[in-house]
Design a protein around this ligand. Structure first.
Ligand code: SAM
Ligand code: SF4
Length: 339
């Protein structure tokens, strides 16, 4: 059964006329990695009792699907650290109106689970890989001996037949910007989509410095020195600008220019934290705690109404902050909000 996208009086709109179509769910704040640009030095984990159950997450997603959300992405922390997340994928992919469920993962636990995830309805998987040099990879991620496991996870994801397999790479100056062309070669030769992410200002790891941001334009220029690229039309609401190679490779590269050229004006995302807070934007201070309503017996129309009010709080976004010279700073650690 398919339900129509939210009708005009149902649709989830903010005060700037944007509509929510994509839901990012952080299923846990826990992580087996300690990436230097993401994880605070002394992380405080959420209590287990505060995490939404899979039934609660599915209920919120169902209410959001009725309000016009069509795509879901599971993130974390590390989503594969949440036991049974495969079952959650199954429940979410069966929600009427949901067209695609994706996952962003560090890939360390992916190899043995890729096929079950695919069988349960996961459409696409994104692996975050920030260096192709094992020693550097371990330094960035605060891990040991996992690089080849992650690469096996990438291979298995390609074999499992997902609609799309992507690689995310956060580029930081003086660390991995010398690998941009190696990543472009991976995209070209393995025919995957590699997206370069500009480093965003999360201060909790005590590493943030605006001088570490490598802009998307610089990244594209550096790739084009070796691989001629053709820009693709940007999809409405997409965070990335994509390019294909000018030869016949099916690979793609993309830049996520959150810092130098954010796409806030058609942003169509809404976020749900692992402990049940609806957050309208990565940078917004506002959040709305749905848990009391979920656990207090509120019926769906009331949940719907609360979500609607939370989404109305969505700020114009980073574009406005840059225009008004407001210092950008993430108010919540990345691992609690899903990146
Ligand atoms: N653990 C999973 C992973 O690493 O893919 C999912 C959660 S992680 C918070 C989601 C995405 O956010 C990853 O691609 C990660 O590289 C990105 N990320 C984390 N901190 C970032 C930062 N300070 N700036 C830009 N991207 C960041
Ligand atoms: Fe964990 Fe992902 Fe953050 Fe790295 S980026 S510490 S893998 S949540």
């Amino acid at each position: 059964m398919s339900i129509p996208l939210g009708s005009a009086d149902q649709i989830l709109s903010d005060s700037f006329g944007r509509h929510a179509r994509k839901l990012r769910i952080s299923v846990t704040d826990r992580c087996n990695f300690r990436c230097n640009f993401c994880m605070p030095q002394d992380p405080e984990w959420m209590e287990d009792a505060d995490l939404l159950t899979f039934e609660e997450i599915t209920r919120v997603a169902t209410v959001l699907a009725r309000l016009g959300v069509t795509n879901i992405r599971l993130s974390g922390g590390e989503p594969l650290m949440r036991r049974g997340v495969e079952d959650l994928v199954g429940s979410l992919s069966r929600i009427p109106g949901i067209r695609a469920v994706g996952m962003t993962t560090n890939g360390a636990l992916l190899k043995d689970r890729a096929r079950v995830l695919k069988a349960n309805g996961l459409h696409c998987v994104t692996l975050s890989i920030h260096s192709l040099k094992p020693e550097r990879y371990h330094q960035i991620t605060g891990t040991r001996d996992v690089f080849w496991r992650v690469m096996d996870g990438l291979q298995e994801a390609r074999n499992a037949g997902f609609e799309r397999v992507k690689v995310n790479c956060v580029v930081t100056r003086g660390c991995n910007e010398d690998e941009v062309q190696d990543f472009a070669r991976l995209a070209h030769d393995a025919e995957v989509s590699v997206r370069f992410i500009e480093y965003m200002p999360f201060d909790g790891s005590k590493m943030w410095d605006s001088g570490l941001v490598v802009g998307g334009e610089e990244i594209i220029r550096s790739i084009e020195a070796h691989y001629p690229l053709l820009p693709l039309e940007r999809e409405h609401g997409a965070t990335a600008r994509h390019y294909k190679f000018s030869d016949n490779s099916d690979g793609e590269v993309g830049i996520i220019t959150s810092m130098t050229k954010p796409f806030c004006s058609d942003c169509d995302r809404i976020r749900l934290t692992a402990d049940g807070k609806v957050v309208p934007c990565l940078f917004s201070k506002q959040e709305y705690d749905l848990k009391p309503a979920l656990r207090g017996g509120s019926p769906d129309p009331e949940l719907s109404d609360r979500i609607r009010r939370a989404f109305l709080l969505k700020d114009e976004g980073i574009e406005r902050m840059l225009r008004d010279h407001v210092e950008l700073k993430l108010v919540r650690p990345m691992h609690t909000i899903g990146g």
